[in-house]
Design a binder for this molecule. Structure first.
Ligand SMILES: Nc1ncnc2c1ncn2[C@@H]1O[C@H](COP(=O)(O)OP(=O)(O)O)[C@@H](O)[C@H]1O
Ligand SMILES: [Mg+2]
Length: 314
């Protein structure tokens, strides 16, 4: 099966500034691809080119085999898009907004009504369907935007930071729907600057920095490739000096985060035993202890600070 989205050497130049620099990747059928990068990295510019809003300076992109530049209508037919800045029509109700979206895709009235009901229920908006969007919370508006983008059952979905500054409930609902859609075979291009979101939601993560793709792999593979340090996180029943723990064998350095102490070490197993000995000797109880794996954040930081790493995506 060929890729749902195929991107080759995509480039966008604004005057002298290369906003997107020779980016290539694919999004497979049934995959959520995270497109992760800090502000200004080129995420929105990429999505705008892939959805036919912005003309590339170079390279090309196929969506379900259709070239986004030479066959924009064909490419757009089966895609759903949530742009970076999107709003429903504020004076219209959720039902009217859904009907409007359905008509844009030329769906018959009965189909629009059936899909609207299904989607508004799934996004927990059904009870409020006859309220104008102006009265909705930010999260409800964003859920409505996502529902509208799904009215025609797209097989490819583009989302530009869809959960940025949303409430927990809305974020969870959006994540749940994205997982379900990919489970049913949709390909999802998911833009985010939130590392943890990329970690928990995406099958693979592309990291973009200054317009360049600097890594592309599963979250687990990225972590094992890039993160070297291991740590033990411990909290005690009473405050303990960080310096005392720093003096334990095998601890390279200590960080204090709230009531937890992060002890960095090459050998977490041996350190846990030493901590148990320490607690017994000092008559202090260990309240919690765990050994988090390397985090995607560490990968991200190491990639962002290492300008010599220019080998491109793996
Ligand atoms: N219309 C534009 N004209 C000139 N520069 C732009 C324009 N849009 C974006 N840029 C620049 O391109 C770079 C990438 O922007 P953008 O794609 O919006 O990044 P992101 O979505 O990752 O935050 C930034 O340096 C931004 O300032
Ligand atoms: Mg953006």
């Amino acid at each position: 099966m060929s890729a749902a989205i195929q991107v080759d050497g995509l480039t966008k130049r604004y005057n002298s500034h290369l906003a997107v620099d020779d980016v290539s990747f694919e999004v497979r059928v049934g995959e959520v691809l995270g497109f992760l990068g800090p502000n200004g990295a080129g995420k929105t510019t990429t999505q705008r080119m892939l959805t036919g809003v912005l003309k590339p300076t170079g390279g090309r992109a196929l969506v379900l085999g259709r070239d986004i530049v030479s066959d924009p209508v064909g490419a757009k037919e089966r895609m759903g898009v949530v742009p970076e800045v999107a709003n429903p029509y504020m004076e219209m109700t959720a039902s009217q907004n859904m009907a409007f979206a359905g008509e844009l895709y030329g769906l018959p009235g009965a189909r629009i009504r059936a899909r609207s009901q299904e989607l508004l229920r799934e996004f927990n908006l059904w009870e409020r369907r006859d309220d104008i969007a102006k009265r909705y919370s930010k999260g409800m508006k964003q859920r409505l935007i996502l529902a509208m983008s799904l009215i025609h059952e797209p097989r490819v979905l583009f989302l530009d930071e869809p959960t940025a500054s949303l409430d927990v409930e809305s974020r969870r609902m959006i994540h749940g729907r994205v997982r379900e859609l990919s489970g049913r075979g949709a390909a999802v291009f998911y833009t985010t600057h939130n590392i943890e979101e990329a970690n928990v939601l995406c099958d693979r993560v592309a990291i973009i920095r200054d317009g360049k793709l600097v890594a592309l792999d599963t979250p687990e593979a990225l972590k094992s490739t890039f993160a070297m340090s291991q740590s033990v996180v411990v909290s005690f029943s009473r405050p303990v000096e960080a310096a005392e723990l720093g003096a334990l064998d095998g601890v390279t350095h200590v960080e204090k985060h709230g009531d937890k102490l992060h002890l960095f070490t090459a050998a977490p197993g041996a350190l846990i035993e030493r901590l148990a000995g320490y607690a017994q000797q000092e008559h202090v109880e260990i309240v919690s202890i765990n050994t988090p794996g390397p985090s995607l954040e560490e990968v991200f930081v190491s990639l962002s600070s290492d300008t010599s790493r220019s080998g491109g995506p793996r």
